[in-house]
Design a binder for this molecule. Structure first.
Ligand SMILES: *Cc1c(COP(=O)(O)O)cnc(C)c1O
Length: 482
């Protein structure tokens, strides 16, 4: 009985405490009248300030009601003056652009969630140039009249891919959609069953096909598809064959599919087109790309359209590139969707600069961060790891808490899914049970660092970290390790 009573008392006490804290919580007007608010009211529009004050009060009230009181341990924390720093923090955050720089210590080079490829210096300069003033985006300076934005990259694209014609759009998903809409709307498109893939974030080939206005006809079986399967599925309505590079997974073992040459012959024989969605578009001549389908081979095999991403293994900006035969590329250019899917000027400026690096293949590998990260010899990665460890030790992290470990890095973005890229990481021991919390601290740092957590250790993989980022990484990591 007395124990029960005690419990009820405790409950009432908590409710009383809550009521008291709610009464103590400052009102909007009180906070606005604080002398310290004058400065904020001078720096920011009044409506923004009032909204911020209200947001801070609402948050505190919700916390009190929920029974959590970390933010308001003492009644004094709820007084008008105590709320001003929170308001200031909220206002500063509101006017600060949301995208933050991140040091990618995950070992995943083309990390979709971290923005995929970072741009080489000439592309960054091109973006700044195009962004900070007017450009001849759709204007011929020689003729003094309107021109196409495509002109800037058309010739260089044809020359680095060996294709007859080229078109760039917003991303590769858009390039596939446009190719299908321009060639097969209202008709049928044959796709091998094993290639009906989901690329990630809900991009599924069957969905894109439906949106293009074409009907999907599945051909063959998951692991084996023969030319005769395509022949048998062919009807009066067949307009295209779509080959999809199964970028992010592999069917291995008892498999078969017709060659692109065979498919091209079949399609052309019957007045249809062959579309090849390559996904990554590995244009560079680096050893690691050996297992990616070569762009030039698709073009040479007679594909009417070959599409690929600008920001995967090409190492450029977000963009979708379609190269191929003039008749089909021209149909894509004229299609009403082309306007809706067009590339913006900043991405075009970056792509323009990146493609020109490919005119000198050795220079492309040297200067394009994605290619450099993927082709760096292991010793170079180890060199960066040693530098990181030394910087941390010199800053006071006990050497016995740091260890160099061999890791497996990945290309990422669904490219080269089974290729293991050897790498080196600095493993830093965190206090027991704190590794996740420390990783969270790192993510909120400046620059933000995203690393891997393995049991009680933070793993900083140096494969995707640039030489010029090691010092920043050390500075940020230090805060989480002390
Ligand atoms: C990544 C990928 C796409 C989508 O490319 P985005 O540039 O991300 O739009 C389409 N098809 C394949 C095969 C891919 O790998």
């Amino acid at each position: 009985m007395s124990r029960n009573k005690g419990r009820v008392d405790a409950g009432d006490g908590a409710a009383d405490g809550r009521r008291e804290r709610l009464r103590a919580l400052a009102a909007v007007d009180e906070v606005l009248r604080e002398p310290a608010m004058e400065d904020l009211l001078a720096r920011y529009p009044r409506t923004l300030v009032v909204d911020a004050v209200r947001a801070v009060i609402d948050r505190l009230r919700a916390e009190i009601v929920a029974g959590g009181d970390q933010a308001a341990e003492e009644a004094g924390d709820l007084a008008p003056a105590a709320l001003v720093p929170w308001v200031e923090r909220l206002l500063d955050a509101a006017v600060t652009p949301s995208l933050r720089r991140v040091v990618n210590a995950t070992g995943v080079v083309v990390h979709t969630n971290l923005g995929r490829a970072s741009l080489p210096a000439p592309a960054v300069a091109a973006v700044v140039n195009a962004a900070s003033g007017y450009t001849d985006l759709e204007y011929s300076l020689t003729r003094g009249e309107r021109a196409s934005r495509q002109d800037h990259v058309h010739d260089v694209l044809c020359s680095v891919t060996g294709a007859e014609d080229a078109l760039v759009v917003n991303n590769n998903a858009a390039a596939v959609l446009l190719a299908l809409a321009a060639t097969a709307r209202g008709g049928e498109v044959l796709v091998a069953r094993g290639q009906l893939v989901e690329i990630g974030d809900g991009f599924r080939i069957p969905d894109i096909l439906r949106e293009s206005g074409a009907r999907l006809v599945e051909v063959g079986t998951t692991n084996r598809t023969y030319l005769r399967d395509f022949e048998a599925a062919w009807t009066e309505s067949t307009r295209a064959v779509l080959r999809v590079h199964t970028s992010n997974y592999r069917i291995v073992g008892f498999t078969a599919e017709p060659t692109l040459e065979e498919l091209a012959l079949l399609a052309h024989d019957r007045d249809a087109v062959l579309i090849d969605d390559l996904g990554s578009g590995a244009l560079a001549d680096i050893e690691l790309f050996a297992e990616e389908p070569a762009l030039a081979e698709s073009v040479a095999a007679g594909c009417d359209v070959v599409t690929f991403s600008g920001d995967k293994l090409l190492g450029g900006p977000q963009a979708g590139v379609a190269v191929g035969r003039t008749a089909v590329i021209e149909a894509m250019r004229r299609h009403p969707l082309a306007r809706a899917l067009r590339i913006d000027k900043l991405d075009l400026a970056a792509l323009d600069a990146v493609l020109r690096l490919y005119l000198d293949p050795a220079r492309a590998v040297r200067e394009i961060p994605t290619l450099r990260a993927l082709s760096d010899p292991l010793d170079a990665v180890r060199g960066r790891a040693l530098r990181l460890r030394d910087l941390l030790v010199r800053a006071g992290v006990p050497a016995e808490r740091l260890e160099l470990v061999e890791t497996v890095a990945r290309a990422g973005a669904g490219a080269l899914p089974v290729t293991e890229v050897p790498s080196v990481a600095v493993a830093a021991a965190a206090p027991a049970g704190e590794a996740d919390a420390r990783a969270g601290l790192l993510r909120r740092g400046e620059p933000a660092v995203v690393c891997r957590v393995q049991e009680d250790r933070l793993l900083f993989d140096l494969r995707a970290v640039g030489d010029d980022e090691v010092e920043d990484l050390a500075g940020a990591a230090l805060l989480a390790l002390v």
